[in-house]
Write a protein that binds this ligand. Structure first.
Ligand code: GLY
Length: 359
């Protein structure tokens, strides 16, 4: 087993990584939830048939009363309506403030169940059991939980740290190529923003099979990087923004595909190439960096281009601006393995992006 501790003062929690960990979920949860009697396990219609029973049995063995709550798979479940249904089901189950929620699934389940945990009964404990690569390396760590609003993604949310994160790398074997690649975009991102040696390791792995040979190390390295960033800037006002490398422009591609045609990772992949190109144009990023990133993306079946109307790009940058307030922190690479958020005037950023768009 590999383990990391996110040592936030008063809200410290462990990330455990081990093949077969799903069957130990009960004992692991009991250790961090000594008073809980009931656990509501939120999962989705893809994950439930694969893994719910094992987690359910393990929690039962540890003495919890367990309720499985299954939401439809897909981003549309991150809604006010679904959140309301979760509250109803949790309260009907008899959840009290000393009980807990388990999020078993990918990013949608983690965000939705985490936000329900953050708000039901003014907040209850929760445990993340991420089952996709993207959720394991990114969304299950760091406490960002949210639902989508008609005005945009993740617009109602909270910072609510889990009590524990349990990762079973064996869950990744059932992912489709598309969903594995989705997570690989975020894995490659970590190499770009913080660790050039890790980036080279990903190139040496040569593809999914190679990554799976080193999977515990890959998950550990990504979570360690995220853990360090979150410890320095839990509320995302400074260093944490580097995690958004490729995301500002990536959001435009997600919007262009109505969050269906392209996965988050596919959109971020192309966003990273744009950010590298912009950095190279501005003289911040060494020439050739974009070409290196492109090689890694191709290796993991991620796109280098996604069609997008210019108006959609403007809309996405506008949404980022709305979140940020003054100007935009656009993340650029000073070199492969070193990202910095650069405060840019929105109009200047749009001018620069327009040049690339027309380029
Ligand atoms: N996914 C970016 C963050 O957690 O800040």
């Amino acid at each position: 087993m590999k383990a990391l501790t996110v040592a936030l003062p008063g809200r410290e929690y462990d990330i455990k990584i081990e093949t077969g960990l799903l069957d130990k979920a009960g004992a692991c949860c009991r250790a961090v939830l000594p008073k809980a009697k009931r656990v509501a396990v939120v999962t989705d219609s893809n994950v439930a048939p694969l893994y719910l029973q094992r987690v359910y049995n393990s929690l039962k063995l540890a003495g919890f009363a367990v309720e499985g709550i299954v939401v439809p798979a897909g981003e549309s479940s991150k809604s006010m309506e679904m959140l309301g249904q979760l509250y109803d089901q949790m309260l009907a189950f008899g959840l009290s403030r000393t009980d807990a929620v388990v999020a078993l699934g990918g990013g949608v389940v983690g965000d939705l169940a985490g936000f329900a945990a953050a708000t039901v009964l003014r907040g209850v404990d929760y445990v993340q059991i991420p089952t996709t690569l993207l959720a394991q390396v990114d969304s299950s760590v760091g406490g960002k939980v949210a639902i989508d609003l008609p005005a945009g993604k993740n617009l109602a949310g909270a910072f609510w740290q889990p009590k524990l994160v349990l990762m079973d790398p064996a869950c990744l074997t059932t992912l489709s190529e598309r969903i594995f690649s989705d997570g690989m975009a975020e894995v490659i991102k970590y190499g770009c923003i913080r660790d050039a040696d890790f980036f080279r390791l990903l190139l040496d792995c040569g593809g999914r099979a190679g990554v799976m040979e080193h999977i515990e190390q890959v998950l550990y390295t990504c979570c360690d990087m995220k853990r360090r960033v979150v410890l320095n800037d839990e509320r995302d006002t400074g260093e944490r923004m580097v995690l958004n490398f490729g995301h500002t422009v990536g959001h435009a591609f997600e919007l262009a595909g109505h969050y269906e045609t392209w996965t988050h990772g596919q959109a971020v992949a192309v966003g990273m190439l744009w950010a590298a190109a912009l950095g190279e144009r501005l003289g911040v990023t060494p020439a050739g960096t974009g070409a290196d990133i492109r090689r890694a993306l191709e290796m993991y079946h991620l796109p280098a281009e996604i069609p997008c109307e210019w108006e959609t790009m403007v809309e996405a940058v506008g949404l980022d601006k709305k979140r940020a307030g003054e100007g935009i922190s656009f993340v650029l690479l000073e070199q492969l393995g070193c990202a910095v958020p650069v405060k840019m005037d929105t109009n200047r950023l749009l001018d620069e992006l327009k040049q690339l768009y027309e380029g």
